[in-house]
Design a protein. Sequence first.
Length: 280
Amino acid sequence: MTSLAEIAGARYEDPVSEIDWTAVDCECWWMPPGSLSLAGVREFEALPLATRRRVSQLEYVHLLQAGLWLESQFIARLASLSHRTQDPARQRQLLREVREEAGHSLMFVELLQRSGFGIDKRRGAGMRLVEALGGLLPTDTALFWALVVVGEELPDRLNRCVRRGVDEATLSAVVYRIAGIHLRDEALHAAYARRQCRSAAAATPRAMRVALAPLLSLAIDLYARYVYFPGADLYARAGLRPAAGWRRAALANPRRRAQVGELLRPTREFLRRCGWSLAL
């Protein structure tokens, strides 16, 4: 297992400088066809190739938007925590994560601007609720680190589909590179968050974990819905009408629901092993 000293001492590479931004291509798939919210829906599969590729680009953009929101939350909370810690090794680790999360955000912004998709900061009521609850949650508690694990792993698992998707279709080289850089860093971040989550949960009375488990379950459900089931405006931007009908099709899509269940399973199982009483 990689030690905190090794993680904190590793040489930092600016992700923006690692990518050939002149190669941004909107004629390729950005998400593999099999990883789209509408994959397998007969009406969607009958649409022209260009339309389905456009949906793939917008679904990857949606993943980046989720990343920008989440990393802004992490940067603020981890920077605050690093300021309060008395352990120099832990402070270095937290500040390294802040630096890397900021690098990811810069990378996402660069792609969004160069591709012409731009940045959309709109979020639904569910995510506004998660944001409000997160703002009230004390940092460095068992629930805080459980939510960090969720926030690190849910989008990361969908991002992994990009790297596995080269056998399905010709993916954008820039998107493939971004996904690889993000996976490289997030593997360390998730491992650190899991260690903190185990320690914090072990130090928290069982009665408190039982009382807080419904709140954790709600946050997981809301965040998973936000990451894995884009809003109707995404389908409207792709030219699919009526957009609300296409979103209902995605929400009801048995293939997508099975995929989401599989993507959520490792995180839920880990949290249960940490002592969180989560519904199956």
